[in-house]
Design a protein around this ligand. Structure first.
Ligand SMILES: [Mg+2]
Length: 252
């Protein structure tokens, strides 16, 4: 069992992290900044979308349907690709050699199987968690690797800011994505908690950018990545969003 107690203080985690010799997070030099982070109004929680707020089962299922592959087979193959640390888009190559996403995605959409989300795709804990975080004084954003079409859904969420990698022209895990997050919400990285299911795309680059890195162990990436040694780099590790407000109590 690798999941840390969900009620463990993130302050302790953050302090532990600062004591490490870690140039990516500023090492011990970063510790002094914690003393100045007392304005609760400046704290932001920025969340990923896929498998953090929404369950992508139906969207990936539509890809299986479009490729005429049984959903279970497609999902298992996706998991194998993730576990092999390969780009998840390699899953398409297993079933359609020479596959080109930029060509096939419009065909799939035209066939009535678009990539997109509705309220039905939200995890049951998503909206209550956003409500609780806001009640605790956090400002909220959803900034994620998504196509531009996701903006219509993102704008329905009860958060202060939304953005997509497609809209910015830069995607996770590029450090430029996280620099853009900080500039868009208008505060320093140490006032930002970034929440995501992927260790490679969310936890490590968020931590590298100086943010509080929150890993959510759910969805194919979240569950598989939780066993990676690098998952220990997360300052906070959760298995649902139900515990996030308590986990961030006292931060920063
Ligand atoms: Mg995700």
């Amino acid at each position: 069992m690798h999941v840390r107690s969900q009620t463990r203080s993130p302050i302790r985690d953050r302090t532990d992290a600062r004591q490490e010799s870690d140039p990516a997070t500023g090492g011990s030099a970063g510790g002094g900044r914690i003393e100045h982070m007392t304005d609760a109004a400046q704290r932001w929680v920025v969340l990923d979308l896929g498998e953090t707020l929404v369950d992508e089962t139906e969207n990936w299922g539509r890809w299986a349907d479009h490729l005429a592959v049984p959903r279970l087979t497609f999902f298992a193959a996706l998991g194998a690709v993730i576990a092999a640390r390969r780009p998840h888009t390699d899953v398409f190559e297993l079933f359609r050699p020479g596959f080109r996403l930029e060509e096939e995605a419009p065909r799939k959409a035209a066939a009535g199987l678009p990539w997109g989300f509705s309220q039905d795709d939200l995890y049951l804990d998503a909206l209550p968690a956003l409500r609780d975080l806001r009640a605790a004084g956090f400002r909220l954003a959803v900034m994620a690797n998504q196509p531009a079409e996701a903006m219509a859904f993102l704008r329905t969420l009860p958060v202060d800011r939304v953005a997509t990698s497609a809209g910015w022209g830069v995607a996770k895990p590029d450090p430029a994505f996280f620099a853009r997050v900080a500039s868009e919400v208008g505060t320093a990285p140490e006032h930002i908690a970034y929440v995501g299911d992927r260790v490679d795309n969310d936890v490590l680059p968020a931590r590298g950018a100086g943010m509080l890195a929150v890993h959510l162990r759910r969805g194919p990436w979240g569950v598989i990545h939780a066993d990676w040694p690098e998952a220990a780099q997360a300052h906070v590790r959760l298995t649902s969003l139900g515990a996030i407000t308590v986990a961030l109590e006292g931060w920063p």
